[in-house]
Design a protein around this ligand. Sequence first.
Ligand SMILES: Cc1cc2nc3c(=O)[nH]c(=O)nc-3n(C[C@H](O)[C@H](O)[C@H](O)COP(=O)(O)OP(=O)(O)OC[C@H]3O[C@@H](n4cnc5c(N)ncnc54)[C@H](O)[C@@H]3O)c2cc1C
Length: 417
Amino acid sequence: MLENEQIRLSQIRKFFMKHSQITILGAGPIGIEAALACLERGWNVTIYERGNVGENLQKWGHVRLFSPFQLNHSPRGARKLRESGRTLPDEEALLLSDEYINEYLKPLSEIPEIAEVLETQTTVRHISRDMQLKGDHIGSEQRADSPFRLLLESEGIEKYVTADFVLDCTGTFGNHNWLGRGGIPCLGERKFADRIRYDLPDLLNKDRQNYSGLATLVVGSGYSAATNIVSLASLRQEAPSTTLYWVTRKTGDAPLTPIPEDALPERKQLTQRANQLASQSSDVNWIGGAVVDSILAEPESNQLKVTLVMTRENTTRTILVDRILANVGFHPERSIYEELQIHECYASHGPMKLAAALMGESSADCLTQASPGASTLINPEPNFFILGSKSYGRSSRFLLKVGLEQVDQIVDLIAKK
Ligand SMILES: Cc1cc2nc3c(=O)[nH]c(=O)nc-3n(C[C@H](O)[C@H](O)[C@H](O)COP(=O)(O)OP(=O)(O)OC[C@H]3O[C@@H](n4cnc5c(N)ncnc54)[C@H](O)[C@@H]3O)c2cc1C
């Protein structure tokens, strides 16, 4: 291509982007990063956040991140904060989620460029094309001839906005999976919802009185379950009548599979401590190779009678508990884009190309992964991208460092449009 032609094309692109509207859904770490990256290019950005900045992170604010701060921020974010006169946490610091919000994410959201384009307490309900239905122009760039149409809701008031590009950074936290066998609600799961939590309560402080001296069942064999087990075991030291059951589908020597030569000391310690509690301590009754079949009321003791099915033996076992912590994972909220042409993985519900790339990864350690590139984030729906933890669908292997890389890759891709 002639040099003049290239210059002309680049000018047209710049003009096009200057007049395009980029809409970012969610003000978690990846939504805020995406906004910074787009603003840096001089693009028009709006961010819609259903709660406050870092809303999902706040829900487990008392939990320490495994990854050091250097992996959880971008050079761009650090530069912006320094320019605004803020001091950043130490690169090696392992921050509580609350500290990460207060020392990084919230200050970033308060810099004038971001504050001006951020609308909190605004939920994105649905997205479509303004003048096209889902089945129109299948997989064609022609769909971009009509802008996106978004239905928003803020304090009970609905409104429409349009956008040329949409970056869905709405995460998965909050859309929990079900506890019952096979992933659907077990009998009684919905009825006794007030005694079941799917997240990480602040067991040693704020939520202590709801668990101290009571019997709790923890379900799941990931790091959230391990975190809850370790906290409940500490609670038991102070209130010895606190009883703990830990149910996992996994059998073997221990509930968690340690990562060989784990580079993250906090994660390594948690795995060791939880496994040791399960296999060597009388504080935790670990029941491996089991799934939850039903939850019934036990009127005499006002407890829940939980029936487990032992998968290998095909026998049942019942336990009595007061509370259940179901750490059984999360999944993406897909209804917001059901009128768009999204090619999803039928197993993970993440975008198909990325899911396929992730399936090919062999390492047990999510720390070793890098974002496989912008091409894996492209959908049949032009100019719509799912980024951040939502892009991993049901997989819990997502790390902030990958999401920060995704942002750079997508912004480069958009700039070349
Ligand atoms: C307990 C736990 C520990 C973790 N520890 C680490 C760690 O140590 N290191 C690491 O790298 N990663 C860790 N992760 C994984 C991941 O980094 C975090 O989940 C992170 O919050 C993902 O960022 P995100 O921006 O993709 O999504 P989120 O932080 O979930 O942000 C999504 C935002 O979108 C908003 N939103 C949702 N729906 C809508 C809607 N319809 N309209 C408008 N706004 C909406 C939400 O309110 C939220 O603010 C951890 C995750 C968990 C659950």
